[in-house]
Write a protein that binds this ligand. Structure first.
Ligand code: GLY
Length: 353
């Protein structure tokens, strides 16, 4: 399986023209959701190579990441005469790149697709690495394939219009990349001013962050070993996300990951001696920027149950990726129920809830 070519755009229209012309195609399709159709598509207007592109628009938000939307995309392709030589451009957040990538990878046994992620979360995570999927049977990303995009174009100008919460949501995945790579990257992320944003510095940090993910995916595209490190913060994070959803107070994915990092750094400290001072610095940054997710000890059992059902587990054991230092991975770790409860106590205490 090849890896996608990730391009950090210097001149978006020129870079996109070049990317599209590198594949001999008969037709280009541009997939957007209702939001990116209105806000982001205008940046693609006037590009000669896309003059005859056909447009497919789907509903925005994760609720539309389903079989019905997927079938509508297949139908739009089929009814308009798309062939195996057609090319799809997915312009949007992770929902569009996940579903669009899956639609393209399965249509006529697979046509190439180009991802143009428009959110920070999609730029540093969803759009890179070849995971495509839809939700199914009430389960997130239940059906999908590993199929890298032909190209991924990162245009950080899209981030200027993103609200702070969505920006911070993506930033949590960048923090994760910092923790699993090295101190230089982590320190520059912790020093970044998330209030008065320097977009040219953010562009450099995004490029650095994506290359961390690319390196890992190159070594382990199908998540047999070190790609599991990209799950740091996610076992507890997904449990927070599920509890929040159940209690009708949904939280953004990256916020849940940030809070999950607090817990998984504590587990790393207790189980594999992750340095306490680094843990404290990261937790301070998270508390300052993400606030906290309040819950009580009455929620521990439910959170534990969610962790037990995490799809990364094998059998009846919760699977964690932990760190014994920044960039020093400890894969396939587990924790007892009492240590998990102790971790939740720690979280509540240090996050002041
Ligand atoms: N989002 C984690 C991964 O791509 O493996």
């Amino acid at each position: 399986m090849n890896n996608a070519d990730v391009i950090i755009c210097q001149n978006f229209q020129q870079d996109l023209t070049e990317a599209v012309s590198q594949y001999t195609h008969d037709q280009v399709y541009i997939l957007t959701d209702e939001t990116t159709h209105e806000l982001c598509l205008p940046l693609l207007s006037g590009i000669p190579i896309l003059a005859n592109a056909k447009h497919i628009v789907i509903g925005a938000r994760d609720t539309h990441k389903n079989l019905e939307t997927l079938a509508n995309v297949w139908l739009a392709l089929s009814n308009s005469g798309a062939t195996r030589h057609s090319l799809m451009i997915c312009l949007g957040g992770g929902m569009v790149t996940d579903l669009g990538g899956f639609a393209a990878s399965t249509f006529k046994r697979g046509i190439p697709y180009i991802n143009i992620p428009t959110t920070l979360l999609a730029m540093v995570d969803a759009a890179v690495g070849g995971k495509t999927a839809i939700n199914f049977n009430g389960l997130k990303n239940e059906i999908g394939v590993f199929q890298p995009a032909f190209k991924v174009l990162l245009e950080t100008e899209f981030l200027r219009t993103l609200d702070t919460h969505n920006l911070l949501s993506g930033y949590a995945e960048m923090l994760k990349h910092g923790l699993i790579s090295n101190y230089d990257i982590l320190n520059s992320l912790l020093a970044f001013d998330t209030v008065n944003i320097d977009f040219s510095l953010l562009k450099q940090l995004v490029a650095q962050s994506v290359s961390v993910k690319e390196d890992i995916v190159k070594k382990d595209p199908r998540e047999q070993n070190i790609r599991k490190s990209l799950n740091l913060g996610h076992t507890v994070g997904h449990a927070f996300e599920s509890l929040a959803m159940k209690q009708s107070r949904p939280v953004l994915h990256g916020y849940a990951v940030a809070w999950g990092l607090v817990c998984e750094l504590y587990l790393s400290h207790v189980n594999v001696q992750f340095p306490r001072d680094v843990m404290r610095r990261v937790i301070h940054f998270i508390h300052e920027n993400y606030g906290s997710f309040p819950f009580t000890c009455d929620d521990y059992e439910q959170l534990y149950t969610y962790m037990m059902h995490d799809k990364k587990n094998q059998g009846n054991i919760i699977n964690f990726t932990l760190l014994n230092d920044v960039g020093n991975l400890r894969l396939n770790q587990t924790a007892t129920q009492s240590l998990i409860y102790e971790t939740l106590d720690f979280y509540r205490e240090c996050m002041g809830i």
